[in-house]
Design a protein around this ligand. Sequence first.
Ligand SMILES: Cc1ncc(COP(=O)(O)O)c(C=O)c1O
Length: 383
Amino acid sequence: MELSRRLRSLPPYHFAAYSRKIAELRASGRDIINLSIGDPDLPTPPEVLDALTESAREPVNQRYPEYEGMAALREAFAAWFARRFGVELDPRREMSVLIGSKEGLAHLPMAVMDEGDVALMPNPAYPVYPTAVALAGGTVYELPLCEEGGWLPELEAVPADTLARAKTLWLNYPNNPTGAAAPMAFFERAVAFARRHDLLLIHDMAYAEVRFDGARPRSILEVPGAKDVAVEFHSFSKAYNMAGARLGMMVGNAQTCEGLTRLKSNLDTGIFRPLQIAGIRALALPEEWVAERNAIYQRRRDVMLAALRAAGMRVATPEAGLYLWPRIPAGETAADFALRLLDETSVAVTPGTNFGSAGEGYLRVTLTAPDARIAEAAERLRR
Ligand SMILES: Cc1ncc(COP(=O)(O)O)c(C=O)c1O
């Protein structure tokens, strides 16, 4: 038996392969510091875990959950969104509850793209986007991002014949992997561009709540009329240290939310209700909880920035997200450099090229290891 052509055409998911390699090195006795995956190490807040465990004992919560998510979760998310961004969402029509935002990103192209449709997509980008488009039979047209351009795509450079076949435009700010933020003026241009060319604008805002120095990343749905053309993804994983729980949201354009929920009702059967109840509790966490958590990441960010700079690498100070994106010295590929770093220092980072060819010359370093391990990694880099 052969696996399907569809599956065989996919690249292996880098992080799965890399995790295996790190596990092997650890098994051989090496003390590896893994800064290669944005997997929050800080604990889920105890009150959120209490909500999860207490509600799990209720027999009603042990049955099949609603396909479209609990009304109470949708309402709580709409209230949070209005508080955070000043944007009103209809909890019934403008929301799709997800088994983590990755799941929704992976299924969305199947709901909105046909064979041969083009997806305009940044390079570098979170690798799930191009894979999801390929599985849906779509084609990717890459929008290269670069440092000089502030890691924003040049939308007007897309050729007219590509635009005629384009169906979706993908954006992600705060950006993984570059750590860049997008100004509101760019969001306004992107929404106008999507409207002009009849595109669905898909904005991934998984890192909305991990922010530093008082920054407050803004939603693309704050652009007046954005809901006509845009959806936005949010994740509980990074916002509330709930990566294991698997809970996310897509919000915005009603037809798209209805379409994704309809597709998902054929593929999955909702989310364990206690996880949704835990999500409701997380949305009620005070602003101080988010600020204190972010102060921890900010401290780590500053330790790592200083070490990378001391090691001779140029690196911008991100205002949000879990990543640093240092430029490596010329003369070596990002993949070779990352491997050498792993060999010589036992610090695992991700070569920029894992997010696309435009990531050549860069590494992605995450902040999701305990302070002492970040300090140890910084020390090893300095040496
Ligand atoms: C840009 C981006 N979007 C979405 C996700 C998926 O997050 P989750 O499925 O945990 O909500 C990630 C995870 O690292 C990410 O980096």
